[in-house]
Design a protein around this ligand. Structure first.
Ligand code: OOG
Ligand code: MG
Length: 258
């Protein structure tokens, strides 16, 4: 299969809400990380051709726990599109997903372009206009979220939907590493953490992203909204769930599942 055919295969699974066996099992057993990003690029191009636009890139596997679990040293990225954004406080339909999970994150809204290499967290903070809370809904197209690193990269880092909190703050007004985060479903705490779970500080995640994009001759652009990676673990969603994340200083972000 060509990269474009693999991209279409994964996009079909997304559109039909049908899980598939990971592509490294049978289709491309020797898939490298680099080739996987080429498949992801084909997915991005197909979505652009369908008329969707990019909100911004997202980082994934940025917590030590997730990296260890996947036995990787570097985080991954994918892309969030405009049709993935869900209004804060609204209801999503379980029928629109395969097996969704939710995680709490901090999002950065860039005021200036950021171009690697050698970008630091401090440079990211200087280029950031605002930060806000977010709930990312991930929905791997692979059976039981069972994948290798190249599989999940090809699958646009499991991207599905995102809910942004309404409150925006200037990044210098908060210690983003100390932002306490509590993720609850139907009033029950499911996980908690602090901003430091994301590479020590969420700005480091954006810096790593800028440096990774540089290797492809790309940069982060002013106006992009960037998800920095899960602070909490990802929790399975069920019918009737009311999901709330509280992030200290960034307010609450909620949605429900119907
Ligand atoms: C990959 C996406 C991970 C995050 O914030 O770590 C991610 C996955 O675990 O399916 O979005
Ligand atoms: Mg995420």
């Amino acid at each position: 299969m060509t990269n474009k055919e693999l991209a279409k295969f994964l996009l079909d699974a997304e559109l039909q809400r049908k899980e598939v066996v990971k592509i490294t099992s049978d289709k491309v057993p020797n898939l490298t990380v680099e080739e996987a990003y080429t498949i992801q690029e084909e997915i991005v191009n197909l979505k652009l051709e369908q008329g969707h636009s990019i909100v911004g890139p997202k980082m994934g596997l940025t917590s030590r726990a997730k990296m260890k679990q996947m036995n990787v040293e570097e985080a991954i990225y994918g892309y969030i599109f405009d049709n993935m954004v869900v209004q804060e406080g609204s209801e999503i339909s379980l029928a629109d997903f395969i097996h969704p999970k939710v995680e709490a994150e901090i999002a950065f809204i860039l005021g200036k372009d950021i171009e690697g290499p050698g970008i630091s967290g401090a440079q990211v903070l200087a280029a950031t206009d605002y930060v806000c809370s977010a709930l990312e809904i991930i929905d791997s197209r692979y059976e039981n979220f069972n994948f290798t690193l190249p599989d999940v990269i090809a699958d646009n880092a499991s991207s599905s939907k995102v809910v942004f909190g309404n409150k925006i703050r200037r990044p210098e007004d908060l210690d983003l590493d100390l932002v306490g985060t509590v993720l609850s479903i139907n009033g029950e705490i499911k996980d908690l953490g602090a901003g430091a779970a994301v590479l020590g500080h969420p700005a480091n995640s954006v810096a790593m992203l800028a440096n990774m994009l540089h290797r492809k001759g790309e940069k982060l652009k002013a106006g992009q909204v960037i998800l920095t990676g899960g602070i909490t673990g990802a929790v399975h969603l069920s019918y009737g769930d009311h999901v709330t994340a509280k992030l200290d200083g960034l307010g609450e972000v909620t949605f429900s599942v119907g």
